[in-house]
Ligand binder design. Structure first.
Ligand code: UD1
Ligand code: CA
Length: 460
C-alpha cells in the first residue's frame, strides 16, 4: 500500500467552547472529537501526526501512544501548524490534512477523496461542500468554467467572493513533495496575519500543478465543532447515523429521537429499544431483548432475550433471559446469570447471582455470591458494610430467604436452607437448616381494647 500519513490539526484554543477541557477532547456519542477524526483516517494511514498546542498535555495523555505528536507553541495559523509536523512527514507519498474538530467525516469519504486525488494525479485535493450559509468559511474561488483559482478566507474576501456557497471544509490530500515545497513559501500577509494552509492551493496552481476538489453530497458531514451548539448538532447528526445503522441491522427503535446509543455499542437483531433509553460505552446487547423505556446501560454485556425496564445497569454482565426492573439499580461488577429476575426497587452491587435466582422486591444486595434458584424475599437486605470494611455473603443453591431479613456479612447460608421472615442473621446457617432469629410473638386475648377504641375505629 502507498505510504499515507495524516496530519490532524488540534493546537487551537477552541475559545468559543468556554471550557477547561481542550476542544478536541469533548465527546460526541461516546468518543472524543479527535478520536472520531482519527478513526476516519486510521484505516487508510500508516502514520498519524497530531499537531497540539493549547492543552497539549491533556490531548497527549488522552491519545496515548497511538499517534505521533508535533508541538505548535504559538498558534500562527493552519499553514504554520502543518509546518510543525513537516519534519515528521515523508518526502513522498500522500498526506491527509484534517482539523481535529470535524467528527462526522468517515473513512469512506476520506477514501473517496483519495480516489479523486489519484484519478487527477493532483498535487492537492480539497474536500468541499455547497452550504446554505457559508459565513466563517474559506470560499472556493473558480473561473467561470469551473477551474479552481484559489481559496479565499472570509476576512480576506471581496463582497463578490463572499457570495460563493462552495466552501473549503478544511480537509485535504496533498502530495507530500508538493506540500513540503509550498509550506516554506507561505506568508502571513493577510487580514489575520496568519500562515494560511489554504494559500498552498494558489501557490500550487501558479506552479501549473493540478489542484482537484471533491464536493460532499451532504454538507453536514463537514460540520466543525466550534461551540456547544455545534457540539449538540454534531451529536444529533451522529446519533441519527448510529441509530439508522442499527435499524439496518434489524434493531427496532420505538422512538429514535429519544434513544441515545454510543458509537461503540453493538446490538443484536430483533432487540427493541423503547423511548428514553441510553446505551453507553462498550455495551454489547444480544438478540430479542427489550430495553427501556427510561433505562440507562453503561459498559454492559447483555445476552439474548433480556428484559430491562425503567432501570440503570452499569458495568455488569446479564446472561440470557434475565429480567430487570422496573426501578432497579444494577451497579458495577455484577453478574446476573441465566434467567435471574431482579424486580422493583432493588439495588445490586458487585454480586454474582446464580441461574434462576430471584430478588423480586425492595432489596439491597452487595458483595454477595448467590447460587442457583435462590429466592430472596421482599425487603431482604445484605448488610455488607460494618463501617470499616465490606464483607462477602454466600448463599448457596436453592436457599429461601424470608421477607425482611438482614443478612449480616460475612455470612454463609447453606444449600436449601430456609430463613424465616424478619430474621437478622449474624451466624452461618448450614445446608438444609431452618433458621429464625426474631423475637417470639406474644398474643394477649382481649387486650386490644386498652389501646384502641374499637367502636370508633370501626366508624372512621
Ligand atoms: C479553516 C480554513 C477555512 C475553512 C475552515 C473549515 C484556513 C486558513 N482556513 O478556517 O478555509 O473553511 O477551516 O473549518 O486554514 N489550528 C492549529 N493551529 C493554528 C490554527 C489552527 O492547530 O495555528 C487548528 C485548529 O485547532 C482547528 C483547525 O486548525 O482544528 C482549523 O483552525 P481554525 O482556526 O478553526 O480555522 P478556520 O478559521 O475555521
Ligand atoms: Ca474552524
Amino acid at each position: 500500500m502507498e505510504k499515507i500519513t495524516a496530519v490532524i490539526l488540534a493546537a487551537g484554543e477552541g475559545k468559543r467552547m468556554i471550557s477547561k477541557l481542550p476542544k478536541v477532547l469533548h465527546t460526541v456519542c461516546g468518543r472524543s472529537l479527535i478520536d472520531h477524526v482519527l478513526s476516519s483516517v486510521r484505516p487508510l494511514c500508516r502514520e498519524v501526526i497530531v499537531v497540539i498546542g493549547h492543552g497539549a498535555e491533556q490531548v497527549r495523555q488522552a491519545m496515548g501512544d497511538t499517534v505521533h505528536f508535533a508541538i505548535q507553541e504559538e498558534q500562527l495559523g493552519t499553514g504554520h501548524a502543518v509546518l510543525q509536523a513537516a519534519p515528521l512527514l515523508p518526502a513522498d507519498g500522500s498526506v491527509f490534512v484534517l482539523c481535529g474538530d470535524t467528527p462526522l467525516l468517515t473513512a469512506d469519504i476520506m477514501g473517496r477523496l483519495l480516489d479523486v486525488h489519484k484519478a487527477h494525479g493532483a498535487a492537492a485535493t480539497v474536500l468541499t461542500a455547497q452550504v446554505p450559509n457559508a459565513a466563517g468559511y474559506g470560499r472556493m474561488v473558480r473561473e467561470p468554467g469551473g477551474t479552481l483559482v484559489k481559496i479565499v478566507e472570509e476576512k480576506d474576501a471581496t463582497d463578490k467572493e463572499r457570495e460563493i456557497r462552495e466552501i473549503n471544509t478544511g480537509t485535504y490530500v496533498f502530495s507530500a513533495a508538493a506540500l513540503h515545497e509550498t509550506l516554506r513559501s507561505l506568508s502571513s500577509d493577510n487580514a489575520q496575519g496568519e500562515y494560511y494552509l489554504t494559500d498552498c492551493v494558489e501557490l500550487l496552481i501558479c506552479k501549473g500543478l493540478t489542484v482537484a476538489s471533491y464536493c460532499l453530497d451532504d454538507y453536514r458531514v463537514a460540520l466543525g465543532v466550534n461551540d456547544r451548539s455545534q457540539l449538540s448538532e454534531a451529536s444529533k447528526l451522529l446519533r441519527d447515523r448510529i441509530n439508522h445503522s442499527h435499524m439496518e441491522k434489524g434493531v427496532t427503535f420505538t422512538d429514535p429521537e429519544t434513544t441515545y446509543v454510543d458509537i461503540n455499542v453493538s446490538i443484536g437483531r430483533d432487540t427493541v429499544l423503547l423511548p428514553n433509553t441510553i446505551i453507553l460505552g462498550k455495551t454489547v446487547i444480544g438478540e430479542d431483548c427489550q430495553i427501556g423505556p427510561c433505562s440507562e446501560l453503561t459498559d454492559c454485556t447483555v445476552g439474548n432475550g433480556v428484559l430491562i425496564r425503567y432501570s440503570t445497569v452499569n458495568g455488569s454482565i446479564l446472561e440470557d433471559g434475565v429480567s430487570v426492573g422496573p426501578f432497579a439499580n444494577i451497579r458495577p461488577e455484577t453478574i446476573l446469570r441465566q434467567g435471574v429476575k431482579i424486580g422493583d426497587f432493588v439495588e445490586i452491587k458487585k454480586s454474582d447471582i446464580g441461574p434462576g435466582s430471584k430478588v423480586p422486591h425492595l432489596s439491597y444486595v452487595g458483595d454477595a455470591v448467590i447460587g442457583s434458584c435462590v429466592n430472596m424475599g421482599a425487603g431482604t437486605i445484605v448488610v455488607n458494610y460494618d463501617g470499616r470494611k465490606k464483607h462477602v455473603t454466600k448463599i448457596e443453591d436453592g436457599a429461601f430467604i424470608g421477607c425482611n431479613s438482614n443478612l449480616v456479612a460475612p455470612l454463609r447460608v447453606g444449600e436449601g436452607a430456609f430463613i424465616a421472615a424478619g430474621s437478622t442473621l449474624t451466624k452461618d446457617v448450614p445446608a438444609g437448616a431452618l433458621s429464625m432469629s426474631r423475637s417470639p410473638q406474644v398474643t394477649k386475648e382481649k387486650m386490644a381494647g386498652r389501646f384502641i377504641d374499637t367502636q370508633r375505629n370501626r366508624e372512621s
